[in-house]
Design a protein around this ligand. Structure first.
Ligand code: IVH
Length: 708
């Protein structure tokens, strides 16, 4: 689509474009705020919003009732109680250039009627890229925490906020009513570690630290929030029974004295030159801060001035966010390398001539998959107007707050006339096996299974990961080292156990090595021995069979209860037909794709032999049968809603499943029972409407405890 200058638009064009922008920005807003899964970069979002504002400025009469200019965020998602903010949570207007900042200062001066020689101090501080949170204290006690939501009504995340160590639970010397506002964020190092754990568990990885922070705070199970390291910087306030200070900087000092973390980079500026200097200083430190920021916020320091300036519909007149430009850079694509993962996926990685993107030196970027390189999306439609990416190309690299840089575009005018399209390998570069692409899969995979060293290492890393064997002292780093070690080789899971006991094995050979002493070697030996006894579900998960994550492994274990039964069915099963196949598909939660992957794992010779060698080393603990015919809740479909006071969500779900109930997230005509704790909202209401039985947590416990 060609974009016309706003002044060239006819009224008809403008009306159509405003409708389009309302829809696109509405979807983007929802994806960003409610689903924690952005569909466009912040820079693109800002550009569309500005375009919308420019069109509205030219055609004020066409401004829509649902104009994106009047929206702060998006409606809150279901699942949490709602809290109406006593004082609305505002957004900030944006400045994208030095001129915008100068204009802002002049606007403020004009509004206040200040002459040039009259002082106007402003604070400058980093704009943290996280999610805003409002904390309410009454008589010094933290009583409530709410997300921004749409600015008027947010989500009640009080339990989760209590898990954040930067947030004081009790204050001394605070006003009786005090609402502190600030940003919840995740540090880069914590984000990387969290994503590594998510990968190990086969769970969703987060696109960037902000989404990880949002996903971690908005957890119905606060134990999960507790396990995720979140931080909080205080920078504003809502309702107050007494003022904190007479200036913005004074209020920040008061918050700090009360025990809140405040950003150390806040300074007081006397004019725009000082503001812009602080902007440059903060931008220069951006890459080394250890957390994401996306601009600098300037606020009028005098609180009386702030009060006089007041608010426009969604933003204060006394503050503005000076955004950093999108982190973009251009460089040469020197090579495309293919990495092979645990399930054999071939992932293309761009090797770049090192370039600084937003202060970070980048030499690798993801290229997603072969379609992305070829200039198509997963439906075969053109992306980048069909431009493919070739080795030797001049490419545009960007980091949109993400840790993993991406290649966005390519300049084909700089392309050598003899360059050739990249040919995605059909042979695995690690083991030479055929790499094939199943229909509907955007990923090409190595068919070599365990003979492929790359798959073998990744499978071993999965095998020792948290939800699997979780062997202390044997993590990804050690696995890499042992895999390449000729004297103490670990090439498949069984080796971990045979090596530990073999004559003169682990203990004697390891203790004299670099990085290992007698104690650490003995500890590793003991950790391995401790895991010879393994619950069936962990073993099934550890095998790393495609499509079998930890919850599917638990389902299978609950169904078969013993390794012998599980193995017998998979050995006898044939894909697509027969009693065994039907039995697999009859398990609620197992579909044809997973069933086929399971059968394959037991029918490929190398994979089967490796499983057998492993099992010979283990004592496998039987699982508790899922079908508990004696239990009054066996076979029921139940939904937990509201706050549970005597057990965590995870525990409630696990016990219900142990007793043969199926736990689902939403209430429908198929639901048999809803267990509603305090704060239960729409789900309990829906259950009542549908005539579904609703019981309290206590009633549920009485019902189930009779049948432990
Ligand atoms: S002040 C009334 N200061 O940016 C204005 N906001 O784009 C209150 N943010 O909703 C906000 N760092 O979530 C302020 N130092 C900072 C900030 C900051 C990040 C967020 C906040 C706000 C959003 C607006």
């Amino acid at each position: 689509m060609t974009i016309k200058d706003v002044f060239e638009l006819t009224e008809q064009d403008a009306r159509a474009e405003l409708a389009h922008l309302a829809s696109v920005l509405g979807t983007a807003n929802l994806a960003y705020h409610t689903a924690d899964a952005p569909v466009m970069s912040d820079a693109e979002y800002d550009a569309l919003r500005r375009r919308n504002q420019a069109i509205e400025a030219r055609f004020p009469g066409l401004k829509r009732a649902d104009s994106p200019s009047d929206k702060v965020g998006a409606k809150v998602s279901d699942g949490f109680g709602k809290i109406a903010h006593e004082v609305r949570m505002m957004s900030l207007g944006n400045a994208f250039s030095d001129d915008d900042v100068v204009e802002f200062e002049q606007r403020v001066r004009k509004y206040l009627g200040l002459r040039d020689n009259e002082a106007l101090d402003l604070t400058a501080e980093p704009k943290i890229d996280g999610l805003s949170l409002s904390l309410r204290y009454e008589q010094g006690q933290l009583v409530q925490a709410a997300t921004r939501g749409d600015g008027e009504v947010g989500e009640n995340v009080t339990y989760n906020a209590r898990m954040i160590s930067d947030i004081p639970q009790v204050l001394t010397g605070a006003p009786d009513i005090l609402e502190i506002r600030g940003e919840v964020y995740m540090r880069h190092a914590d984000f990387t570690a969290l994503n590594a754990r998510q990968v190990e568990k086969g769970d969703k990885v987060f696109a960037n630290p902000r989404n990880a922070a949002a996903g971690s705070l908005r957890q119905l199970d606060s134990k999960i929030t507790k396990s995720r390291p979140l931080h909080f910087y205080a920078y504003a306030w809502g309702a107050l029974s007494a003022p904190l200070a007479t200036t913005q900087s004074g209020a920040i000092s008061t918050m700090s004295a009360l025990g809140f973390s405040v950003n150390p980079l806040l300074v007081l500026c006397k004019n725009t030159a000082e503001m812009l200097a602080q902007y440059a200083l903060i931008e220069a430190q951006r890459a080394s801060l250890g957390y994401d920021i996306d601009g600098v916020v300037y606020k009028v320091n005098d609180l009386l001035y702030q009060e006089r300036l007041g608010f426009r519909s969604t933003t204060p007149r006394w503050a503005i966010a000076h955004k950093f430009p999108a982190e973009l850079a251009h460089t040469w694509l020197e090579d495309i390398e293919i990495q092979v993962g645990r399930t054999g996926a071939l992932s293309p990685v761009a090797r770049l001539k090192p370039v600084t993107v937003g202060g970070v030196v980048v030499s690798n970027a993801t290229l997603h998959n072969e379609d992305y390189i070829a200039g198509r999306d997963s439906n075969g439609l053109p992306i980048r107007e069909g431009r493919d990416i070739r080795i030797g190309d001049w490419v545009e690299v960007y980091r949109a707050g993400d840790v993993i840089p991406k290649i966005r575009d390519v300049d084909i005018t700089k392309r050598d006339s003899d360059s050739a399209p990249y040919v995605f390998p059909e042979i695995c570069p690690e083991c030479g096996s055929l790499a094939t692409r199943e229909e509907g899969d955007s990923v090409r995979r190595c068919s070599g299974g365990l003979i492929c060293p790359a798959q073998a290492v990744e499978k071993l890393k999965h095998f020792v990961s948290r939800g699997a064997f979780d062997i202390d002292g044997l993590g990804a780093k050690q696995i890499e080292a042992f895999f390449n070690d000729d004297q103490l080789p670990i090439r498949e899971p069984a080796d971990i156990f045979t090596l530990a006991t073999r004559d003169g094995g682990l203990l004697s050979k390891l203790k004299n090595r670099d990085g290992w002493g007698e104690i650490s070697a003995a500890n590793l030996f003991e950790a391995i021995e401790n895991k010879r006894n393994i619950p069936l579900n962990r073993l099934i998960f550890a095998l790393g069979i495609r499509h079998v994550g930890d919850s599917s492994a638990a389902l299978l274990a609950g169904h078969f209860t013993s390794w012998q039964a599980f193995e017998a069915i998979l050995t006898a099963a044939k894909i697509g037909a027969g009693d065994e196949w039907d039995e697999l598909l009859g398990i609620d939660g197992v579909g044809a794709v997973m069933a086929a992957a399971l059968v394959n794992a037991f029918h490929q010779d190398a994979s089967r032999a490796s499983i057998d060698r492993l099992v010979a080393q283990l004592q496998i603990e039987d699982a508790v049968a899922v079908k508990n015919a004696d239990s009054p809740v066996a076979g029921l479909t139940v939904v937990f809603t509201g706050t549970l006071e005597q057990m965590s969500r995870a525990e409630a779900k696990a016990t219900a499943e142990k007793l043969g109930a199926k736990v689902t997230g939403s209430v429908s005509a198929k639901t048999d029972m809803v267990i509603a704790g305090p704060g239960a909202g729409s789900k309990a209401k829906k259950a009542a409407e549908l005539g579904v039985q609703v019981v309290s947590e206590q009633e549920w416990l009485e019902l189930t405890r009779l049948n432990p």
